[in-house]
Design a protein around this ligand. Structure first.
Ligand code: UDP
Ligand code: MG
Length: 315
């Protein structure tokens, strides 16, 4: 019987403090399962010892594969490259900071064999401050409202999917890629399991407030046309208001009082109108920028070197 192969797809960016511990812990778990495995690390332009450490491991163990990006191109690109170069029948996507615990791997492995294409982890509880949890609640709620995607609350990074699902993922050719959105957009058979989560093993988060907000904004624009429709609706609303107020002024003037209209009200109306105009032109312009990026159709990532992978390994 053929032994199935599992690929661990792992984006890394300044993770020198976590990486060896990650390999140690995951390897210990993988060795107990009836499978072949490989690691597909994608380094997203780390400038610390991350690459050197993985190279050292890769020299000892051919199962450790590494793709080194020429410079920092973002997690979305790194994950895409990892999926592209993984050769397993099943792919398990994890971060190396050990927030998603390796001891949960056997449960994922068991669950995917019940006939699902994707099994994603959902955190039982988030080990985070109240303010952070509140922010992430707002983030996911707004996202769901705008994009119509069913995004489970407390979605963890850790997830497993089969070759079929990976193939479908690689069909998404967009340059602006919101990975969580694409995962949910692929309408295959999926389920979720509850997992415990640990604190980050070492190092610090690379997604601070600004970067998170940027991600939310991009996600909305990549998966939703609501902001464009909003512009049209609000524009129409203001036109209607303008006409009504004009009628009201005429009626008041003719039938009721002889009032003097002042410039402050006029001024505020003009400023407001101009602001609205600029705002929505701006939104349209952002979409045009994104279309421009898609049309240029540049490569998704620029790779510096590939270690332990034969040229035709990627599917
Ligand atoms: N990451 C990346 N490129 C970046 C930023 C982050 O590949 O530009 C990777 C990083 O190495 C980690 C994962 O994305 O594996 C998640 O980052 P982190 O753990 O810092 O985020 P958090 O879990 O706090 O949201
Ligand atoms: Mg993390």
């Amino acid at each position: 019987m053929m032994i199935p192969k599992l690929s661990l797809v792992v984006p890394v960016f300044f993770e020198e403090e976590c990486i060896l511990q990650f390999i140690r812990e995951t390897r210990a778990v993988l060795e107990t399962l009836p499978l072949e495995y490989e690691y597909v690390f994608v380094d997203d332009g780390s400038k610390d010892n991350t690459v050197a450490l993985i190279m050292e491991e890769a020299a000892k163990d051919k199962k450790i594969k590494l793709i080194v990006f020429s410079y920092n191109q973002g997690k979305q690109a790194a994950v895409s490259a990892g999926i592209r170069y993984a050769s397993g029948d099943y792919l398990l996507y994890m971060d190396p900071d050990l927030q998603d615990p390796p001891e949960e791997i056997p449960r994922f492995w068991e669950e995917i064999h019940k006939g699902y294409d994707l099994v994603f982890g959902v955190r039982k509880e988030k080990k985070d401050s109240l303010i952070n949890r509140l922010m992430s609640w707002v983030f996911w709620s707004v996202l769901e409202r705008f994009t119509g995607l069913k995004l489970p609350k407390g979605l963890a990074v850790m997830r497993i999917f089969n070759r079929n699902f990976a193939r479908q993922f690689l069909e998404y050719r967009e340059q602006n890629r919101f990975i969580e959105g694409i995962f949910m957009h692929i309408g295959k058979k999926r389920t979720q399991i509850l997992i415990n989560q640990r604190e980050r093993f070492a190092g610090t988060t690379k997604f601070r407030f600004r970067k998170k907000m940027q991600l939310a904004f991009d996600a909305i624009l990549d998966f939703s046309e609501i902001p464009l429709k909003m512009a049209v609706r609000m524009g129409l609303g203001f036109v209607a208001m303008g006409i009504l107020s004009l009628i009201a002024i005429v009626i008041l003037k003719v039938f009721f009082i002889d009032f003097q209209t002042g410039w402050p009200s006029l001024f505020s109306v003009v400023i407001f109108g101009t602001g609205m105009n600029l705002f929505f032109t701006g939104i349209a312009a952002i979409y045009i920028g994104k279309i421009y990026k898609e049309v240029k159709n540049r490569p998704l990532y620029s790779i510096d070197s590939i270690i332990n992978i034969e040229e035709n390994d990627g599917k």
